[in-house]
Design a protein around this ligand. Structure first.
Ligand SMILES: Cc1cc2nc3c(=O)[nH]c(=O)nc-3n(C[C@H](O)[C@H](O)[C@H](O)COP(=O)(O)O)c2cc1C
Length: 395
């Protein structure tokens, strides 16, 4: 078993736990995934929603929470790592190799976030191993990371990884980083149409791919597989140009070891998974959020309109049904999205209110984001068991 190199860091298993806001992937989930050899990702989306001053001063609260959540995750990941590997892997002769292993933990920061640059800078200063950015093209990410690196005393550089959904966006971002900054990505995440949260596809594209409803029956996998191969081809151009490996992780609808094997057979290096990790004991979401996944049937998983201007996938509930009769008035703006994206006068509801309600167990006002596989959970699992199951043939 070789470690996967990402920038100048190493990852034991090629499994990223996708960033999930608001309050779904914080320090607990990220630490347990990282401590079991995967990559733990904390979402910065309203990360400070539990801070006392969040309502009054959300950006200050969020920036503060970046540092505290990462520190909490690092401390916990070390303990989890020691517990997970000390006995079980000794027999497999792993222990020597793992002696200097450091759990891999970073942040997901959406480009659409208001004050995106401040979040990136804070994450680098806090010592993030990686920043993964989607929901827009992270055009300035290399420059922001470089600047923050100069004022931080981190030993290692924070890696950068864009999230793309098609060859076109992969080409645009890699070409731009090359031209403008003479640099390239440390990793790429390809997020397909079965993913949870906001999706980088139009309603028509989702429909054409059979990913709008009942994906287990309708999804046209070969069609998107062809796109994945094309994106990988594009990435290889930059691997060659920069003389470095750029690992590619595929996200969206990855649930089992067979799903991982399938995308590896397409040329990917690993996967990013969100939904499977929500129904774990260690996930930061409240219990009733997890229970809604467990109770959901496939027909309850629907595509909905988000104020971000992208379609999103969520579990149908009373809140979504109420939206059909018109917009829900906004009482207070949390300044979460840049105002060029979110127009208070025209949005159907406030995304922060809806996601914070989900994280605070107020289901009547909650938007419950999920991936197309959310209905498959039958009960809560431990992260360690999931990681064992997924990596059994990687050791
Ligand atoms: C509840 C939930 C919240 C999410 N929030 C974010 C987010 O804040 N930023 C982001 O880039 N992706 C977000 N995602 C996408 C995940 O990071 C991941 O890429 C995706 O869910 C993978 O698909 P899967 O859920 O089928 O495994 C979210 C997904 C879920 C299920």
């Amino acid at each position: 078993m070789e470690f996967l190199k990402i920038g100048d860091r190493s990852l034991l298993y090629p499994i990223i736990q996708g960033g999930m806001g608001v309050g779904i992937s914080l320090s607990s989930l990220a630490a347990h995934v990282a401590g079991n050899g995967g990559m733990g990702i904390i979402s910065t989306a309203q990360i400070g929603f539990r801070e006392d001053d969040f309502y009054k001063n959300p950006i200050v609260a969020n920036l503060r929470a970046i540092k505290t959540e990462l520190q909490k995750a690092r401390d916990l990941a070390v303990q989890v790592f020691e517990n997970s590997f000390k006995v079980s892997e000794q027999a497999a002769g792993f222990i020597d190799k793992l002696k200097n292993y450091k759990p891999f933990i970073g942040f997901n920061i959406m480009v659409a976030t208001n004050k995106y640059a401040d979040y990136v800078i804070e994450a680098v200063k806090a010592g993030a191993d990686i920043i993964i950015s989607g929901a827009g093209l992270p055009v300035d990410l290399p420059e922001l990371v470089q600047k923050a690196q100069e004022i931080s005393d981190n030993e290692k550089r924070t890696c950068i990884a864009p999230i793309v959904s098609g060859r076109k966006s992969a080409k645009v971002i890699l070409k731009m980083w090359d031209r403008k900054y003479k640099t390239t990505a440390d990793a790429i995440v390809i997020e397909g149409p079965l993913a949870g949260g906001h999706l980088g596809f139009s309603y028509d594209e989702l429909h054409e791919l059979g990913a709008d409803t009942m994906a287990s029956r309708n999804y046209k996998r070969e069609k998107y597989d062809a796109e994945i191969k094309e994106i990988i081809e594009e990435v290889r151009i930059y691997e060659e140009k920069f003389g470095k490996k750029i690992p590619v992780f595929v996200a969206g609808g990855i649930y089992t070891r067979e799903d991982i094997a399938h995308v590896i057979s397409l040329g990917a290096d690993g996967v990013q998974m969100g939904t499977r990790f929500v129904t774990t004991y260690e996930c930061d979401a409240p219990d009733d959020y997890k229970q809604t996944y467990i109770n959901a049937k496939e027909e309850d998983i629907v595509i909905t309109k988000s104020p971000v201007g992208m379609p999103g996938r969520a579990i149908r509930n009373d809140f979504m049904d109420r939206l059909k009769s018109g917009p829900i008035p906004i009482r207070h703006c949390h300044n979460c999205l840049s105002h060029s994206i979110c127009d208070r006068k025209t949005i159907p509801y406030c995304i922060t209110d809806a996601l914070c309600s989900a994280a605070n167990s107020d289901e009547n006002h909650a938007l419950l984001f999920c991936g197309s596989n959310a209905y498959r959970a039958t009960g809560l699992e431990y992260v360690k068991d999931i990681m064992h199951e997924l990596t059994e043939d990687m050791k």
